[in-house]
Structures are given as structure tokens and as C-alpha cells.
Write a protein that binds this ligand. Sequence first.
Ligand SMILES: NC(=O)c1ccc[n+]([C@@H]2O[C@H](COP(=O)([O-])OP(=O)(O)OC[C@H]3O[C@@H](n4cnc5c(N)ncnc54)[C@H](O)[C@@H]3O)[C@@H](O)[C@H]2O)c1
Length: 369
Amino acid sequence: MPEIQRLELKHQLGKYDCLVGSDLLPRLPEFLQKINAAGPIGIITNKKVNDLYGDTLRTSLQTADYVTRTILIPDGEAYKTLATVEQALSALIAQGMERSGTIVTLGGGVSTDLGGFVASILFRGIKLVHIPTTLLAMVDASVGGKTGVNHSSGKNLIGSFYQPDLVLMDIDTLKSLAVRDRVSGYGEMFKMGAIRDAEYLEFLSTHMEALIEGIPDENLTKAIARSCALKAQVVEADEKESDLRRILNFGHTIGHAIETSLGYGEIRHGEAVILGMYAAGWLSNQVGNLSSSEWEKLAELLKRIPMKLNLDSLDPATIEKITRLDKKVANSQLNFVLLNKLGEAQIQVGIPILMIKLAVEAIKKAWKK
Ligand SMILES: NC(=O)c1ccc[n+]([C@@H]2O[C@H](COP(=O)([O-])OP(=O)(O)OC[C@H]3O[C@@H](n4cnc5c(N)ncnc54)[C@H](O)[C@@H]3O)[C@@H](O)[C@H]2O)c1
């Protein structure tokens, strides 16, 4: 069994542990006691994840004399709304949730975002533990303190910064995850390597197949922990050095536009980011500092990631238009996160918007069947 990796993540108001390892769900009570978390424990999850892991969690908690309440939210991004928040709050209050209690989110990024937001406003904020069960939620959504829900006008428009007291990542839960969701999480880990750590990028590429398969070993534990540590470094530094956090958007400008254009059901967030990183890498070579040899290496690594996508309907002119609207482009130029080299990113200003179309054409050429 791989050793547990423990990260201590600092934020303005304090710090918390993020534990990554195997067979951690049954040990939740032991970790709750270390942070003095009292019951009732309000578990916020959905039916799919509850059916898979809810009983293990409840049995361990009840054996340790914790009172539990389970709140089921509907599955899917479409339900990450204020209406679901209100339902969850009403259910928690009706079931006797107390100010001294603890919210435990169990699930993907939708559960951690929504459950984190609920914890931040219930009784003006109660203890929060995240148990992310998708790779994306482990390496991205559960780290950094952003919580929230969507509004009909846009994604994640309503929310709060609310740090958890503990994050528990049990890598065994990734076995039941759909392959596309594991690829999606791999894309976010890849991004962290590309912008902050070339050695880590190399490691991810060497072990790509096993990591995407979700084999619960030393390498998966190491990969997740490193990605979280890299994200935490950026988020922590941002508190002093404003704007650094924007490099986390590498691959996201065009990635978001692709998600919007193809539709959220058609392409996973991380898959769109993988395509977006290809476009941003191409731009980094064309108008930035990325050498041709490093660009070729990056392009090869990205193309090796197994994705079954049909990009016939991906239209470069539509992506340019969406980007114009999304980024409120002034003077036909935009700011873009580009790579100086593998492992180092910077915000480059003044990229002509017309280049977007060419970058999307490069994606289409690379993924042509
Ligand atoms: N707060 C942040 O900083 C941040 C960062 C990145 C993404 N996000 C948010 O995260 C969300 C996307 O996260 P996601 O990709 O995890 O989506 P998700 O929560 O919808 O999970 C994807 C699917 O996997 C299922 N699932 C979860 N765990 C499973 C498991 N172990 N086995 C089988 N199925 C499982 C879910 O029920 C769902 O159907 C978006 O709402 C995004 O905005 C937030």
C-alpha cells in the first residue's frame, strides 16, 4: 500500500492538511478527531457516489459514535445552482444540523464546490472537510478555497472563498471513475507541470497510461500530491504577489471557448483544457519565447493523451468570436498565459485576437483522424 502523502496547505487565516493515500475513507474518524471536528456530520454527496462510498463512510463514522446526516444533491453541473444550495440547507436544518457540526463533501468538483459554499454560509460558516472522489476535484477543485455555484448568466458567478479544515484524497475511489473523467483530471495535472515544473511534466508523461488507468500506487499518490502542492504554491504566493494565480488559466482561454462551443455534455473540462494547452503552446512558440524543440515536445506529449474526440464541428471562427465576448477584447488584442519554456509560464499582453483562429486550426490539424 502506498505511503500517505501529507501536505500542509497555508492560507491567510491558517492552514490545513491535505492527505493523499489508499484506503483512507474508513479512517475518516481518526482524522476528524485530530481537527477536533464534532458531529453531527452532514455528508453532502450525490446518489451515484453515495451508492459507491456512502456506506463505508457512514459505518466508520457511526462506529466512532459520530451522528451522521446524508444530503443527496442531484448529479451534474446543471444542478450546481442556488436552488440546490437552498434545498441542501433546508434538509440540513430540518435534520438537526448544529453550529458545532461538520460538513463533509463527498464527490467530484460539483459536490466540493456546492458543499463548500453551503458550509461557508450555514450558521455563517461551519467546519468543512472535503473528500474529493474525481481526479479533477482532487488536484483542482478541492484545493485553493474557491467554492460556489453557477448562475443562469455564467459559470461560478456566485460563491465564496472558504478554506476547508481537512482534505482527504482516497485514491482507491478513482477506480470507479469513468476513463474520460480520469483523462480530464490528468489534463489539469499536466497543466501544473507545464506551467511550474518540467521534471513533474516528464514524470506525468512517463507514467501516463497507469495514471489514467487509476492504478492506486505510489506514482498516483505522488502525482496527485505534487499537483496539489504546485497549485497551493501559486495560490499562496498570490496572496502577496497579485496576479500570479492567473497562470493557472494556462490552456483555459481557448479551452473554455471550446467547451462553450461544443457543449458541456460533449467534452469534459479537462479534455477542453488539453486542446487549449495545445493552442496556447502553439502561440507560445509563434509569438512568445517557447523554443521550437520544446514546442514539438509539448505537442507530442499532448497528442499522446488518449482522447476520443470528434472535432469536425469545432469552428475556428466561432472560437475566436466566443473568446472576443468572453474576454471583452479591447483593440483586437488580448492577454494570454504563454510558456517561456516547459515548466515556466507568464502572462503575455497584446496577442492579436486573429491568432486565435490560427491556433484552433492547429488543434484541428493535430487531432485530424
Ligand atoms: N473550486 C475550484 O477551484 C474548481 C477548480 C476546478 C473545477 N471546479 C469545478 O469542478 C466541477 C467539475 O468537477 P468534476 O469533473 O469532478 O465533475 P463532477 O463533480 O460532475 O463529477 C463528474 C462525474 O463523476 C461522478 N463521480 C464522482 N466521483 C466518482 C467516482 N469516484 N466514481 C464514479 N463516478 C464518480 C459524478 O457523480 C459525476 O457524474 C465544475 O463545476 C468546476 O467548475 C472548481
